[in-house]
Design a binder for this molecule. Structure first.
Ligand code: SF4
Length: 414
């Protein structure tokens, strides 16, 4: 890997883009890939299949050299936006025995629990972070790649290092669900691992004197997910004060085991026979929308559908304005449902449409949403302010962005 990364890359978009702003490029231009591969084996993801389960690592020298090269680029402000890869914290982590590793056919080293043969030593990664921070001209190193938190809790020193120096206010992690049924089909750890990590995160943030938040991501409609599972997830979100802004619904993608579940209705993680267990599959448009509505339990546009479903499920007790109830019984006047994708798209005939009706995007002409690398915060602040204005108009209340409880901060899009 060191050889490949030592090639004299231009580190700029292809000239055919001209001067266009490319959001994906803005996101990665000051980030460094430190490894390839993943031994997580999450069934909805195919990284393990196409990058391999045995991690390939770059040397410290190669990574530090790349940061030195990055410092010469125009626009570098001293902030490295990521030191990561498919997973933030699998760097130099491997099976204790290369011989066993070579022959092992388990699809994951961390499911259903961390394999006893896995060496979970994070010391090389901690050392790398320290060396990178010490480089002259580097002000901040952020870790933006997804964190395998069940692995991270095996090294409190790593969590402390990460939380103290490498979190820019928010840390994205992906429990994906709270219920055992879908989690088993995803090959993900139980929500107990999330709780353990959150305790460590809060403790070290407090010790560092920083106000920082975890942003958990969840998947709706994954194979193996029932309506009851989604209802329980919604209750967990409400109890923990999370309000998902945009949500991700499972979509079958090439090479992922969950895709085989989706199409066959069987579980390929076990021997498949004509007698083997069936997997609950969420395929109909109506049920997919219901699962998304559970994730966005706070959105009034989904409440009619949720009320119907809760009554059908025999859980009408969750309808009402009590603290432990999920949605209110009354329905405020709201617009019809519109998907986030449609809401963000450019309507035909809009002024944003270019010559000849060509739709402009940020790739081919629209200005970027923000130039300063802090777009997420700005978008969230704008949304919080708009929400406060809406509440003030609707109820004559005093809600404002400042008055929002931290726990009610929206969950970011993936
Ligand atoms: S023995 Fe365990 S740690 Fe080693 S490769 Fe297999 S699952 Fe991974």
């Amino acid at each position: 890997m060191d050889y490949v990364f030592a090639s004299p890359y231009a580190r700029v978009p292809h000239p055919s883009y001209g001067g266009a702003k490319i959001p994906a490029y803005e996101m990665i231009r000051f980030s460094v890939n430190i490894m390839r591969g993943c031994f997580g084996g999450c069934t909805f993801c195919s990284i393990t299949e196409h990058e391999g389960r045995i991690i390939q690592n770059r040397s410290h020298e190669s990574i530090l050299h790349e940061i030195e090269e990055m410092k010469k680029l125009p626009g570098f402000t001293g902030v490295v936006s990521d030191l990561g890869g498919p997973t933030a914290n699998m760097y130099r982590i491997a099976c204790n025995s290369p011989e066993i590793e070579k022959h092992c056919r388990k699809p994951s080293c961390v499911y259903p629990g961390i394999c006893e043969n896995l060496n979970t030593d994070h010391s090389s990664l901690i050392e790398l972070y320290r060396k990178a921070r010490a480089l002259p001209g580097v002000k901040k190193i952020l870790i933006a790649s997804g964190l395998r938190y069940d692995l991270a809790v095996e090294s409190p020193e790593y969590v402390k290092e990460l939380v103290t120096h490498h979190v820019g206010g928010y840390l994205k992690i992906a429990p994906e669900h709270t219920e055992r049924g879908p989690l088993d089909k995803m090959m993900k750890p139980g929500i107990g691992s999330y709780d353990k990590f959150k305790r460590m995160f809060d403790k070290y943030s407090k010790e560092a004197g920083k106000e920082q938040y975890l942003i958990p991501y969840f998947i709706a409609a994954h194979p193996g997910t029932t309506d009851e599972d989604m209802m329980n997830l919604a209750l967990w979100l409400k109890a923990n004060g999370f309000r998902a802004d945009q949500v991700q619904a499972f979509y079958p993608s090439p090479m992922a085991s969950a895709t085989a579940m989706y199409h066959s209705g069987k579980n390929p993680l076990r021997k498949v026979t004509y007698k083997s267990e069936g997997v609950a599959i969420v395929k109909s448009e109506e049920q997919r929308r219901l699962h998304k509505a559970f994730l966005r339990y706070h959105d009034p546009r989904g409440w009619p559908m949720l009320r119907e479903a809760l009554i059908r499920m025999g859980r009408a007790d969750l309808i009402g304005s009590g603290k432990h109830q999920l949605i209110p019984a009354h329905q405020p006047a709201v617009d019809g449902y519109q998907s986030a994708r449609r809401k963000n798209s450019t309507p035909v005939g809009s002024k944003k449409a270019g010559q000849g009706g060509k739709i402009l995007t940020q790739h081919n002409g629209l200005p970027p949403r923000s130039h300063d690398g802090n777009a997420w915060d700005k978008r969230e602040q704008a949304k919080a302010a708009a929400e406060a204005r809406r509440k003030a108009v609707a109820g004559g209340g005093k809600a404002s962005g400042k008055n929002r409880k931290p726990s009610q901060r929206p969950v970011a899009p993936r």
